[in-house]
Design a protein around this ligand. Structure first.
Ligand SMILES: [Zn+2]
Length: 380
């Protein structure tokens, strides 16, 4: 099933405020040439984003709530550590606020040495307990290859799903109420749906794996629909404190490097070679999606950089030839395929998430029903 935009050859257009452009097939512009992402940030996110005085009060309340609920418990919260900047900075802040989170790291097989060292440095210096969940590599590899063979765009689904599923399952099993998340509007408010379909859609994950995978999943962490949309939200609260404070990535990196022996790894999410290969080569080559545009646009609307700075950044090459050859060889070997097979997957016809069974419509119905039920019982 194709959507209308697939049939239309669009004239190239770039937003007059950010750097999102018609490589997002579903982008729309208003009469001033401002894109729907910029508008959505203003209408949907800014009302919940307080990098100001109001945030100070809200953050104080949040900390107090976690502390009060955690009295007498070994941990008052759980925090996922990826080895990247956002979660590392947050872990440090959370400890400074006097909270007692359990740090959880999900090892999906692609960790760089730098990421592992960063995690070690942080938990040791801050004094956090660390639980590492290692995803069975044969299963991880099989799901990742299945996604590549399905020819959809979001190949981060297997890693992201495993990460959140392991974290939520662990928090739920250990009766930990608060999940502290490093996700934030300052650096990631903009991401087109077609570039990165919902990683938490278990039906999407399972059906793609059933169709293109080769071994059964026995231990791969999955959160099914009802657990994700119903059971877990009743048992767990996800907190995003970085939205209640000024957050600048550069400052966070400098702070972590100076005080916690943190080492930065380069581009936004290039904490692993997989991510560098996927975002730096696979996605732009196969789909024309350059995730830097979404990231830089998020920073423009957050007031962190100017549009001119972003345009300059986009002129830089994503890869040098040598690096690309090295990463291709590395990724192919790790996945157990040849470089020729990997190259072939790049040129296979594109597919989209809606070409496979998924829970998108079910989630929409579920949330609409939930919202109207809440109105009926007077919770609004
Ligand atoms: Zn825009």
């Amino acid at each position: 099933m194709a959507r209308d935009w697939e049939q239309i050859q669009r004239t190239y257009q770039i937003c007059t405020r950010c750097v999102m452009d018609t490589t997002d097939p579903e982008i729309a512009f208003d009469h001033d040439g401002i894109c729907n992402h910029c508008t959505e940030v203003e209408t949907r996110f800014k009302p919940r984003w307080f990098p100001d005085e109001r945030g100070v009060g809200l953050l104080g309340q949040m900390i107090e709530e976690v502390r009060a609920n955690g009295k007498g418990k070994r941990y008052d919260s759980i925090i996922g550590l990826s080895g990247g900047v956002d979660s590392a900075y947050l872990a440090v802040k959370v400890a400074e606020w006097g909270l007692r989170p359990l740090a959880v790291h999900v090892d999906a097989g692609w960790n760089s040495e730098i990421a592992v060292k960063n995690i070690d440095q942080i938990v040791t210096r801050v004094g956090l307990d660390l639980h590492t969940h290692v995803v069975d590599w044969d299963e991880m590899r099989d799901v990742q290859l299945a996604f590549m063979r399905s020819n959809v765009a979001n190949l981060d689904v297997p890693q992201d799903h495993a990460f959140f599923a392991a974290l939520y399952n662990y928090a739920s099993a250990n009766d930990i109420r608060y999940v502290i998340s490093g996700s934030n509007y300052a650096t990631e408010s903009i991401l087109p749906v077609s570039w990165g379909y919902d990683a938490m859609d278990a039906r999407h994950l399972r059906t793609i794996h059933e169709r293109f995978g080769t071994i059964p999943l026995k231990t791969f962490p999955v959160v099914d629909f009802l657990k994700y949309h119903y059971t877990y939200p009743k048992k767990m609260t996800v907190l995003r404190p970085l939205n209640l404070m000024p957050y600048r990535k550069d400052d966070a990196i400098a702070y972590l490097e100076k005080n916690y022996g943190f080492r930065y790894y380069g581009g936004k999410h290039y904490e692993s070679r997989w991510t560098r290969f996927y975002e730096g080569y696979f996605l732009p080559a196969k789909f024309g999606y350059d995730k830097r545009k979404a990231h830089l646009s998020s920073m423009i609307v957050a007031g962190e950089i100017t549009r001119d700075q972003a345009l300059k950044e986009l002129e830089k090459a994503l890869y040098t030839d040598n690096e690309l050859q090295e990463d291709k060889a590395f990724v192919a070997k790790k996945l157990g395929i040849t470089v020729a097979e990997l190259d072939d997957l790049v040129v296979q016809p594109r597919r989209y998430y809606w070409d496979y069974p998924n829970n998108e419509a079910r989630a929409r119905r579920f949330h609409a029903l939930h919202a109207s039920l809440q109105r009926v019982v007077g919770r609004f």
